[in-house]
Ligand binder design. Structure first.
Ligand SMILES: Nc1nc2c(c(=O)[nH]1)N[C@H]1C(S)=C(S)[C@@H](COP(=O)(O)O)O[C@H]1N2
Ligand SMILES: [Mo]
Length: 542
């Protein structure tokens, strides 16, 4: 009995093998010469074209899974999960295309090479164009990237077709007996699998080694004297004299840079070369300018502000929040130099990743703290946090504050920014929030014959400050906590409550009132569209 020609299943298998090797080769080339890593670009692109609701649902699912599994700090774990999804997406694409090509070749007669070429170009060309549009990390020229990606996919398509013909040819040869053909197909598939596995292991192995050795991209130091100074007795934090000692286990008041959350629309943050970069300020201005980073740093008096920034996607008690010292130039000083035309009411701020947000000129001119920020904690902004320049807008969630700024355009009316177009709040003002970090049973102590357990955490309300934090244990009364003086009026406040200990299972709840006397919203709301509300609660058996 003659065996059927290879079809869907064999095609899927071969397609999967070959695309795995292709992914490894893209990875190797990216590590070797800096061409785009195609799966990441495709993932970023999909993220930008899908409707906001779908994206929010996707992110929400990732967040829920990571939180439920408790597998680490949210923003970096989410990026890794997304990177895995990106590679998985390309794998699935390869499997599907492989199946389709095999099925097609089984049914229609094509000139040799045609199917492979069509498949290669059909996938490769759109992918190359999309990568061109989205990628901000490649070190190689656009034209090189285009040719490389198309060529790689065409080779992949031709390999796919060759595999089909090799299997089909063996099985239709008139002199072969059925069982021999079957062994031949199996042996061939094993060979293809082995070869692609070898390429994959070698390619990704060498790629990982190369990536590990890559020097830090950005090593520019700040202007003389502005370098990072460790906080110390002689260089004390502004609240160093406060006597309130945080309960053991309370998060650090100043977030170590390495632990600061990162959220943006890129699988790999865009790399900006300082030498090629200038901030363009144009639109409704008298003197459009292109400012270099040096000019921004030296022509304007630097200001510094301790800032707590949070992502609007942060859940109550979540870790998408952090505090550090922001340094930069006052936006209003810079605007004074370009001269705003009277019709200008807003600024459209665009970034290297095509992210954009709209800021009102009123806010920029009336809040002295609004800055074009180039340093965090005394160091040039890290690439992932927006090198070379990001904006600071007090009291607003992160989504209003672009990183990697390339252009500021004065415009005559408000417009929707990136996340607003995707259904998020147009103002995105920070909600008041309070969080329990620790119930420090290990630090239990005795005073006047009674036992106390320190409880502590943070409370934050944008630039409105915190006037009261209260704790409730089980169904008891709300009891005020002690507040530590904050680093500034725009940072979180550390609170502490020494709880009269009693054994058993207890429910601890925290709430706060902001500096304007407005109580934290207790009704539970999800992050979308305006930021999460509700009270942080911990059940603990002590
Ligand atoms: N260019 C650009 N800027 C951006 C974003 C982005 O995706 N692209 N994300 C914003 C969001 S949603 C947040 S929460 C903050 C996070 O800043 P961080 O990553 O430095 O903590 O950056 C904001 N600025
Ligand atoms: Mo965000």
């Amino acid at each position: 009995m003659a065996r059927t020609r290879p079809g869907l299943l064999t095609g899927a298998l071969v397609g999967g093998f070959l695309v795995t090797a292709l992914i490894a080769i893209f990875f190797l080339a990216a590590a070797l010469v800096g061409t785009p890593f195609v799966p990441f670009d495709m993932f970023d692109w999909v993220g930008r074209v899908l409707p906001g609701r779908v994206i929010t649902f996707g992110i929400d699912t990732i967040v829920t899974v990571i939180t439920a599994l408790n597998i680490g700090e949210l923003s970096s774990t989410a990026k890794i999960a997304e990177q895995i999804m990106a590679v998985g997406g390309m794998l699935v694409t390869g499997i599907v295309v492989g199946a389709v090509v095999f099925e097609l070749l089984k049914r229609v007669r094509l000139t040799p090479g045609a199917a492979g070429l069509i498949a290669g170009l059909g996938v490769g060309l759109p992918v190359a164009l999309i990568s061109q549009q989205v990628n901000r990390t490649a070190l190689t020229d656009d034209s090189v990237n285009l040719i490389w990606i198309v060529l790689a996919f065409v080779l992949w398509g031709l390999a796919l077709e060759w595999a089909f013909r090799r299997i089909a040819g063996a099985e239709t040869s008139p002199d072969g007996a059925g069982s021999v053909q079957q062994i031949d197909r199996r042996r061939f598939l094993i060979n293809v699998g082995g070869a692609t596995a070898a390429i994959t292991v070698l390619g990704s192995g060498i790629g990982v080694l190369l990536n590990g050795r890559k020097p830090q991209e950005i090593t520019v130091a700040l202007a003389e004297g502005a370098g990072a100074q460790p906080w110390s007795a002689s260089n004390a934090l502004p609240n160093a004299d406060d006597v309130l000692v945080p309960a053991p286990g309370t998060r650090p008041e100043l977030t170590p840079l390495a632990d600061h959350y990162r959220i943006d629309i890129n699988l790999v943050p865009p790399t900006v070369n300082e030498a090629d970069w200038a901030l363009k300020i144009d639109g409704l201005v008298d003197n459009p300018v292109d400012l270099t980073l040096d000019q921004i740093r030296s022509n304007y008096e630097p200001i510094s502000q301790f800032v707590t920034i949070a992502c609007i996607s942060n859940r109550v008690g979540g870790d998408l929040i952090g505090t550090t010292l922001w340094t930069g130039a006052r936006l209003k000083d810079v605007l004074a130099d370009v001269g705003l035309k009277p019709e200008a009411t807003h600024l459209r701020i665009t970034a290297a990743d095509d992210f954009d947000e709209i800021t009102s000129i009123d806010l920029a001119m009336n809040d002295d703290r609004v800055m074009l920020c180039y340093a965090w904690d005394g160091l040039p902004l890290e690439v992932k946090h927006g090198f070379p320049l990001r904006i600071y807008l007090p009291n607003h969630y992160g989504m209003k504050q672009p990183k990697w700024i390339t252009r500021i355009e004065a415009i005559p009316a408000w417009e929707e920014g990136y996340w607003v177009r995707r259904g998020w709040d147009k103002d995105a003002l920070m909600k008041s929030t309070s969080v329990i970090d620790t119930i420090a049973t290990e630090a239990i102590y005795e005073r006047d014959g009674a036992q106390f357990v320190p409880i502590g955490g943070i409370a934050h309300a944008g630039d409105r400050g915190i006037s009261t934090v209260e704790i409730k244990v089980d169904d008891g009364d709300w009891t005020p906590a002690l507040l530590r003086k904050p680093l500034s009026e725009t940072t979180w406040v550390i609170w502490r409550y020494d709880w009269p200990f009693s054994e058993g299972l207890h429910t601890f709840t925290v709430r706060c009132v902001d500096g304007d006397g407005v109580a934290q919203v207790e009704d539970v709301a999800p992050p979308r569209p305006s930021g999460a509300t509700g009270l942080d609660t911990i059940d603990r058996s002590v």
